[in-house]
Design a protein around this ligand. Structure first.
Ligand code: NAD
Length: 442
């Protein structure tokens, strides 16, 4: 077994992994259902399909991605052939969160393996059924010297962090991201941090309000709002706010019925701690729609909060649940004032038929990625690298970019011996003039 140099071996293990996942789709759906009531539809769309697609892409392209690339040489070095070698970092630590517990553990694992690394995976302790299934699949497919899974919470992660790694890939909260970055700095270990943020969703008066409401409701209440790229809050032009509120209400009812608690399509909050955190953010005076909660089942209804004060609890940090604040604005300056209060978000969405306005929003704010006239779906194009900026993270992955993330690209210049231009060698004497002439020409 030489996963570091044998590309065929890597490819074979990925094929085995694909087979193991495809044959267990039913078990994966069941595990996520048991962990937090996630529907089969959402599990297939946002968990298994994403991993299967990454696997198929890696299996198809691994030889091409891993092959040394010929690069155009510099005339300054003439005569040379120049190459870029993709080299695995070595041993990689992948730490996953609970909110997409299958996808966010498996997708980085696939890429790290494709790039030739050994992997230690720490799935989330908050989704025990899914994490156990992930461990079982890994045990079945991989030699333990190649990929191993460590189960447990913060203590286990802390222990793992005290070891030296060649790369750490972390998905989770900003607070824990800082712990990871500090630990990595001890050994100058490079990191990817996939974090969160407060994602604005801007709706201007030119937008198709009915369609905007439908797409916002889908992106916000998918996974019961426990999505790092979900719209966190809406900024709506005040003229169209009543219409938007009305459509949001209609769309929630269309999607989840009169009582979303009875809907098989609406997930639960992951645990009691997060449930209380979210329940505490609901100011009943500000609830426009929803607001029902049930501690026994960790249920929180899709809820629209109308005009919360920017100082209120709900507008402090990432909500990460099915609460949707709607705040109106009069002009662009107010959008700028509100968005600039927060750290750079992971996503930004703008609904508008006014092209220059939409372009300005995308250009003027710094954020990980986003959509014009939709939410969340930019995640689904593997040709678009996915990752944050500033406090929403560093580094990116998906598709070929995932392979690159787990590879060090080693530049190699192969010099020919048939010619050795004497100019660069000391003693330099009056060679400076010639050098200047050549540099000008280059
Ligand atoms: P989290 O940071 O609490 O946990 C993530 C991982 O870190 C888990 O495996 C956990 O066991 C471990 N961990 C927790 N506390 C730790 C500590 N003190 N020391 C070391 N390790 C520790 O995050 P979470 O609650 O699982 O996930 C939610 C967060 O993740 C949200 O902020 C969300 O925005 C973010 N997220 C980001 C992305 C992305 O791709 N950018 C995707 C999903 C979630």
């Amino acid at each position: 077994m030489d996963f570091k140099t044998d590309i065929n071996y890597r490819r074979q293990t990925l094929i085995k992994l694909l087979d193991a996942i495809q044959s267990r789709e039913g078990e994966i759906i069941k595990a996520l259902q048991e962990d937090f009531g996630k529907s089969a539809f959402e599990t297939v769309l946002t968990e298994t399909y994403q991993v299967v697609a990454e696997l198929k892409r890696a299996i198809k392209n691994i030889h091409r991605w891993a092959k040394p690339k010929r690069v155009f040489p510099s005339l300054l070095n003439f005569p040379t052939s120049d190459y870029l070698y993709a080299e695995p970092y070595g041993s990689v630590l992948v730490i996953a969160p609970w909110n997409y517990p299958f996808q966010l553990a498996m997708a980085p694992l696939v890429a790290a393996v494709a790039a030739g690394n050994s992997v230690t995976l720490k799935p989330s302790e908050l989704t025990p059924k899914t994490s156990e299934l992930v461990a079982e699949i890994v045990r079945l497919v991989f030699d333990p010297n190649h990929v191993e899974v460590y189960q447990g919470g913060a203590e286990v992660t802390q222990k793992l962090l005290s070891r030296r790694w060649d790369y750490i890939f972390f998905t989770g909260s900003v607070a824990v991201g800082k712990i990871i970055a500090k630990a990595a700095a001890e050994n100058l270990t490079p990191v990817t941090l996939e974090l969160g943020g407060k994602n604005p969703c801007i709706v201007d008066s030119s937008a198709n309000i009915a369609l905007a409401a439908k797409r916002i409701v889908w992106g916000k209440f998918l996974n019961a709002g426990q999505t790092c790229i979900a719209p966190d809050y809406i900024l709506v032009q005040n003229k169209v706010k009543p219409k938007l509120l009305d459509h949001l209400k209609q769309e929630i009812t269309k999607a989840y019925g009169e009582n979303p608690q009875m809907s098989a399509d609406f997930a639960r909050i992951i645990n009691a701690k997060n449930w209380s955190r979210l329940a505490d953010k609901i100011d009943s005076d500000k609830v426009y729609f929803g607001g029902q909660i049930n501690a026994e089942t960790n249920y929180i209804a899709p809820t629209i909060i109308d005009e919360p004060a920017l100082e209120s609890a709900i507008m402090q940090d990432e909500i990460f649940g099915p609460l949707l604040p709607v705040i109106s604005y009069e002009n662009e300056q107010e959008i700028e004032t509100i968005i600039s209060k927060y750290e750079k978000p992971l996503s930004l969405y703008v609904f508008s038929d006014d092209k220059p306005f939409a372009k300005r929003m995308v250009r003027d704010f710094s954020f990980g990625g986003g959509c014009i006239n939709d939410t969340v779906v930019y995640f689904g194009n593997a040709r678009l690298p996915f990752g944050g900026v500033g406090h929403s993270g560093m580094g990116a992955y998906h598709g070929k970019r995932s392979f690159d993330t787990f590879s060090h690209f080693k530049p190699i210049v192969k010099k020919a011996n048939w010619l050795d231009i004497p100019l660069r060698y000391a003693p330099y004497g009056d060679k400076l003039k010639t050098l200047r002439r050549i540099l000008k020409w280059l």
